[in-house]
Each structure stands twice: as structure tokens, then as C-alpha cells.
Design a protein around this ligand. Structure first.
Ligand code: FAD
Length: 367
């Protein structure tokens, strides 16, 4: 099959590699080489997909433990991969490392041009794309993996539901004095959830979901940010230093319920952008990629796309719901809520069954 992919972010690159391995002819269009820098938690399911298509990640750190707690209250839940029957939950990696590896592997597919127009399949022919040079192409299937940045999906009548979380993610990297090997943290601070991912032996990436004015204030004053992080993080990490200036990203949810048209399918952030609190955006997108690639081996592209999305729908909807619910629950600075979640975590910590279920949901294994 001839496949045209619009967008060479992680999703476009990975689906391109997976399809090429299955014998399809792939053209991947993306004019941009500058990619966002953030820390990503990649689940075991994602790592298997990457291994299967020849993407081996040596950078980053395995995630073996996740400590979840409410700052200042005693109850906590420690998820341990070995206790749940796994060697690890996944791996934390800097997105730039992932991008570096992917860029090397997709180099022969990429054409550094923007796509300016796209048209669905019609009774008279294949879907059609037009490049900024005026060149046109009519592949058997167009994959739109533009991160929702281009407006092309609107031009074919796929309007996303957009919802602002009224939160800004503050991202950065810290070096700590006494790291705990393989341990990630999900801390619920009054001001918003803070995730800490180990990406090197003593370096952690942080993602802090904050009210926009708090994020602005902390981004502008490094000493204030360091103080706030020090107060927010567990004492076991010791002193900390900022490795580079923090970056902020306004958080929105973008959702298209049926992100396909004849001959065209949307994947990745363009189809669904979810709250990063549970670190699931890319993992979720890649579960969709796996289903699509398998389905394309079996039938005509439109049937394959429809079947892939129908079989993926329960998992896709559940991941959206889980991420939004976590955001709604833990972004509230109410003492009653904090006490309840703290007690809930202390009780949950006693249940190996519950901890396994939570871990498997995070890993993309719903059982
Ligand atoms: C703070 C934060 C933390 C996160 N943490 C995690 C995590 O821990 N784990 C996880 O799984 N996910 C996480 N995510 C989600 C993850 O980052 C995204 O799911 C992922 O980056 C989406 O990739 P994408 O390829 O869909 O889009 P993008 O990375 O936006 O790529 C889209 C590409 O399309 C190109 N493009 C746009 N328009 C055109 C055009 N007209 N023609 C050609 N090319 C075009 C752009 O140049 C770009 O390169 C996080 C997100 C945020 C914001």
C-alpha cells in the first residue's frame, strides 16, 4: 500500500517505521526539525512496540517503583513492578533522545515539506494531499499525525472538541543529591499534581500542573521555583538544582470521537490530546498505532481503519476518562478531599490486587 504521513513527531515517525516494516511504501512529510523537550514515561507496551520495529532505547531509566502521595499527609501508595509480577513498569526518557533515535531511522522516508491541503477518498479516486511546493500525491491512505497543529483536520470536517483545563504545565529538569534508583513520584500538592521521572542516575524530569498565574510566577523566578520544588518533593531526594530553565505549556484536552474519513486517519495529539497527569498521551496514541498496523495487514484501508478504531474505542475512552478524573480529583486544594485520598492511598497500599490493577492500567494492559 502507498501511505502518506503528515507530521514527523513521535507518532508519525513510529507509525511510519511500523508500516515500512510491514512492506508498505511510506512518504512522511514534516518541515520542522525543532521538537519539544520533555520527559516521557513510556509504558512496557510502548517499549515492546518500539523494540518490534527496531527502536532500541538505551537512554533513560527503567521505572521500577512509583510513589504516589499527598504532600504533608501520611498515607501513600508505593507501586513496585516486581511485586506486581513485572520486571519494570516502563522507562522514562527525554523526548529529545527518543526524537534523535527516530530521526535517524526515518531519514530515508522524510520529505521536509508542509502539507497544505488534504482531501478524502471520493468515488473517483484515492485521497489526495498537496504540498507547499504545489506537488500533489494520491496514496492509498493518508495518516494525519500533525499534532492538531495544522488545521487540516478542520478542512475535511473533523472538528475537535476542545476543553481548556485552565492549567499550565511547568516542565523542567532537576539534579538531586540522593536519588532513589528507578523510582518515579506522583505528588499531589495543594497547587496541582507534580510528576517526577528519573531520566538519568541523579537527574529527574518534572511536570507540574499549576494554575496559569502560579506557573507564570514560578517560571520567571528560578530561586522561587527551586524553593517551591524543594518544599513539594519528598525529603529523601535531598538538595536539588535546576538543570535548565523551566518551560510552560497550557493544557487543553482535544478530542475527536471518530478521527477518520474515507482514506484518511488521524493519529496522536491531533486525534486526542489528554491531560499529562498520568503520562499517557503517547502511550495511548501508540496503542492506536499497533491496532491500525495490524488491521491494515488484513483488508482494505477504510475497513481496517474503522475496525482498528472500533476495537480500540473502550481503551481509548477509558484512558481519557482516567486522565481527566485524576486531574479533576487531585487539582482541588480541599482538606476533606486530601484527607480522603490520603486514607484511600494508605488502604490501597495494603491491597496487592488493587496495586496490580492500577499498575496494569498505567502500562496499557487492561485486564
Ligand atoms: C507536559 C507533557 C507531558 C507529557 N508526558 C507524557 C508521558 O510521560 N508519557 C506519554 O506517553 N505522553 C506524554 N505526553 C504526551 C506526548 O507528549 C504526546 O502524546 C506526543 O508528543 C504527541 O506526538 P504527535 O506526534 O502526535 O504530535 P507532535 O509531537 O505535535 O508532532 C506533530 C508534527 O506534525 C508536524 N506538522 C504539523 N503540521 C504539518 C503540516 N501541515 N505538514 C507536515 N507536518 C506538519 C509538526 O511539525 C510536528 O513535528 C506529555 C505531554 C505533555 C504536554
Amino acid at each position: 500500500m502507498q501511505i502518506g504521513i503528515i507530521g514527523g513527531g513521535p507518532v508519525g515517525s513510529i507509525v511510519g517505521l511500523a508500516l515500512k516494516r510491514k512492506g508498505h511504501t511510506v512518504r512522511l512529510f514534516d518541515p520542522t526539525t525543532k521538537k519539544p523537550k520533555m520527559s516521557l514515561a513510556l509504558s512496557e507496551t510502548t517499549l515492546s512496540l518500539l523494540e518490534n520495529i527496531g527502536v532500541h532505547l538505551s537512554a533513560g531509566q527503567d521505572l521500577v517503583e512509583i510513589l504516589v502521595n499527598e504532600k504533608g499527609l501520611p498515607g501513600s501508595m508505593l507501586l513496585n513492578a516486581h511485586e506486581c509480577g513485572y520486571s519494570r513498569f516502563g522507562r522514562a526518557i527525554c523526548s529529545i533522545e527518543l526524537d534523535r533515535i527516530l530521526t535517524g531511522q526515518v531519514a530515508d522516508m522524510v520529505e521536509p515539506m508542509a502539507v497544505t491541503q488534504v482531501r478524502a477518498r471520493s468515488t473517483t479516486g484515492n485521497p489526495r494531499i498537496e504540498l507547499e511546493t504545489g506537488e500533489t500525491s494520491e496514496p492509498d491512505l493518508v495518516i494525519l499525525a500533525d499534532g492538531g497543529r495544522s488545521g487540516l483536520s478542520n478542512s475535511i470536517g473533523m472538528d475537535a472538541q476542545l476543553r481548556s483545563f485552565d492549567r499550565t504545565a511547568l516542565l523542567g529538569r532537576i539534579q538531586v543529591e540522593t536519588p532513589v534508583s528507578g523510582r518515579a513520584y506522583e505528588r499531589f500538592i495543594g497547587t496541582g499534581p507534580l510528576a517526577l521521572l528519573p531520566i538519568d542516575s541523579d537527574v529527574y524530569g518534572f511536570v507540574w500542573s499549576l494554575a496559569p498565574r502560579d506557573a507564570d510566577a514560578l517560571k520567571q523566578a528560578t530561586p522561587a521555583l527551586l524553593d517551591a520544588l524543594y518544599l513539594a518533593l519528598p525529603r529523601e531526594l535531598g538538595r536539588l538544582e535546576l538543570v535548565y530553565d523551566a518551560v510552560k505549556i497550557p493544557l487543553i484536552e482535544r478530542w475527536i470521537d471518530q478521527p477518520y474519513r474515507p482514506g484518511i486517519v488521524l493519529l496522536g495529539n491531533g486525534a486526542q490530546t489528554i491531560h499529562p497527569v498520568a503520562g499517557q498521551g503517547l502511550n495511548l496514541a501508540l496503542r492506536g498505532v499497533s491496532r491500525l498496523v495490524d488491521a491494515l495487514a488484513m483488508g482494505d484501508p477504510d475497513t481496517a481503519v474503522r475496525e482498528a478504531f472500533m476495537s480500540w474505542k473502550p481503551n481509548r475512552d477509558l484512558t481519557r476518562l482516567a486522565s481527566s478524573s485524576l486531574e479533576a480529583l487531585f487539582d482541588r486544594d480541599l482538606l476533606s478531599r486530601k484527607l480522603l485520598t490520603s486514607i484511600g492511598m494508605a488502604l490501597g497500599d495494603q491491597s496487592p490486587w488493587l496495586k496490580r490493577k492500577i499498575s496494569e492500567a498505567g502500562m496499557g494492559i487492561i485486564s
